[in-house]
Design a protein around this ligand. Sequence first.
Ligand code: IPM
Ligand code: MG
Length: 355
Amino acid sequence: MKSYKIALIKGDGIGPEIVDEAVKVLDAVASCSGFNFTYEDLLMGGCAYDITGDPLPQETITKSLQSDAVLFGAIGGEKWDNLPREKRPESGLLRFRKELGVYANLRPAVVYDELANASSLKPEVVRGVDLMVVRELIGGIYFGEPKGRDEERGWNTMVYSREEIKRIAHQAFQIAMNRSKRVCSIDKANVLDVSQLWRETVEEVAKEYPEVELTHMYVDNAAMQLIRDPKQFDVMLTGNIFGDILSDEASMLSGSIGLLPSASVGAKIGVYEPIHGSAPDIAGQGIANPIATIASASMMLRFALGENEAADKIDNAIKKALSEGYRTQDLAQFDAKEICSTSEMGSIIANYIER
Ligand code: IPM
Ligand code: MG
């Protein structure tokens, strides 16, 4: 039997609870698809710091690279906020992305029909939204040099090389080829030199994809257009920080940040994770929504393992759970027939798969 080795990084806060549900669902889909999974728990984030003094132990990098894919929960929490920057959970995550070379962060924002009225926007504005933010993840202002601070000043540098822009642009165009063949590239070319290079390079790459329609939009306008008329977008191609901001904004179209998955891919191994954080305020209460992580497991099956049928099974089971009116707390006021806990939601989805 085919067996896949999955690195599990549960992390902090609600991370362990939601990853456990994704594992439950993965095992359910494996049992009716003729393959199986072996898992290895690895440490990252605050929990890793507490045990080893380092938010990203070397072992986590090494073993992740030896696996077929990484499924990741979330990291961080107030408890670690006052540590020096390089010891903080977020630094561990940034270094992890860099070490694994996952330069492309894919963040779909899909509005489930059943939840069109869960968004803070009007249902007619969001119903049918299906877009994908393709965010550059290991460059830009997050990593640029020089950076630093003294008593009176702090500074970071937004820098992109032509090569970095090219490879993320190729990702975006390739993804667009399997979707509606439209890419909107986001920049601030009216102000930033780095954005002028970005725009010029994306134009160049676009020539290799004549079927794809390319448009450009300034990031401030994009933030507005996402709220005004999100259905105009298919693939949104962004640099690191613009994508960080716009993908949080896009996630709200769907009503709950607890629904949306993401994939971070590159030349080596992929990391699959919900786009939400570790929500320490609700950790351990069994009320977190596991759907974003379960949907991330589905992206893992599709993108890392090529198990498209199994991924479809998970996606359909999620839709079924929502259309039958099962809701976790975060979505309780939206046509809920039954409120369920984190682990009940996992079991409901797993059961739909097995049936
Ligand atoms: C994200 C997060 C991270 C980021 C933080 C936790 C470093 O906001 O994955 O979007 O800014 O990339
Ligand atoms: Mg973010």
